[in-house]
Design a protein around this ligand. Structure first.
Ligand SMILES: [Fe+2]
Length: 281
């Protein structure tokens, strides 16, 4: 049976049927999936019955595991984190701000895999913003200010002891196993406009959230530019809204997308298992 590829009809994203991911995939199929992933940026695989071993094997078709700080893995695993929210949890939603995963690392992960186990009947879409499209359509007035700029990335706003998931958050009823650390104060530079290491396409990389400044620019001027950049790169026309189903595996390209969580499922449990695809080159 051949692959069936159904485009989302939105700015990116495609659904793939015709594969059983619980079985070992041939190298030519993996190569085909890699091409589809790079083209569509988000691939979803509905109706997959996967255990944790099979999720890990799938992840490793596409690279080494990434280095996952700040979220403890699930018991007896090193590379799987639980994205969990229980019915009536009061803590602020996890990952509701636009970001790309771990962009504060020296070599940020190429991609992320997320497998839906318990999925509420409504709400909880994941939003993806296509950062190739955002750059392609960017007005020259803004683009000329971002060309050559280096963004200062840091996890401090989220995972430092005084960050959004820091010590105060530990007092909430959050069901995810998050660790805050002084290490989150570290900073890392990345170009705002970056060439994708596999596709060679240029796109925007990162956004406020993990970006705390622009190298060599004073705070006030940088904040103004960061705000303008952010408002452009997250415009609705660049966004794909992904609806989940139980037993659906999704993989996305962190190098060319921003993403964020949404709520709307109060009163329902939600559980997904996440793995990280490490840097490609
Ligand atoms: Fe994320």
């Amino acid at each position: 049976m051949g692959l069936e590829i159904i485009h989302s009809g939105q700015i990116c994203g495609a659904s793939v049927r015709g594969l059983d991911l619980s079985a070992q995939l041939d190298a030519d199929v993996v190569a085909q999936l890699r091409i589809l992933w790079l083209e569509h940026q988000v691939l979803s695989f509905p109706e997959q019955d996967l255990d944790d071993d099979q999720l890990e094997r799938f992840t490793q078709y596409f690279g080494p595991f990434g280095d996952d700080p700040y979220i403890n893995p699930i018991p007896d695993r090193t590379h799987i984190a639980a994205i969990r929210r229980v019915a009536n949890e009061q803590a602020p939603l996890f990952a509701e701000n636009w970001h790309t995963d771990w962009s504060f690392q020296e070599r940020p992960p190429a991609g992320t895999c997320l497998y839906g186990i318990t999925i509420p009947p409504h709400g909880g879409n994941t939003l993806f913003a296509n950062q190739y499209a955002a750059l392609d359509a960017m007005p020259e007035t803004l683009r000329s200010r971002l060309e050559g700029a280096e963004a200062i990335h840091s996890a401090r706003g989220g995972y430092a002891p005084d960050g959004a998931y820091g010590e105060a958050d530990q007092q909430t009823d959050r069901s995810m196993d998050i660790i805050s650390s002084e290490q989150a104060l570290a900073t890392q530079l990345h170009p705002v406009i970056r060439t994708h290491d596999e596709t060679g396409r240029r796109g925007l990389f990162g956004c406020v959230g993990y970006v705390i400044g622009i190298e060599g620019m004073d705070g006030g001027e940088a904040n103004e530019l960061l705000a303008e950049w952010y408002h452009w790169q997250t415009r609705d026309e660049f966004v794909y809204s992904h609806a989940w189903e139980p037993d659906m595996l999704v993989m996305w390209d962190n190098r060319s997308l921003l993403h964020r969580a949404t709520g709307g499922y109060d009163g329902h449990d939600r559980l997904l298992h996440r793995t990280t695809i490490g840097a490609y080159s």
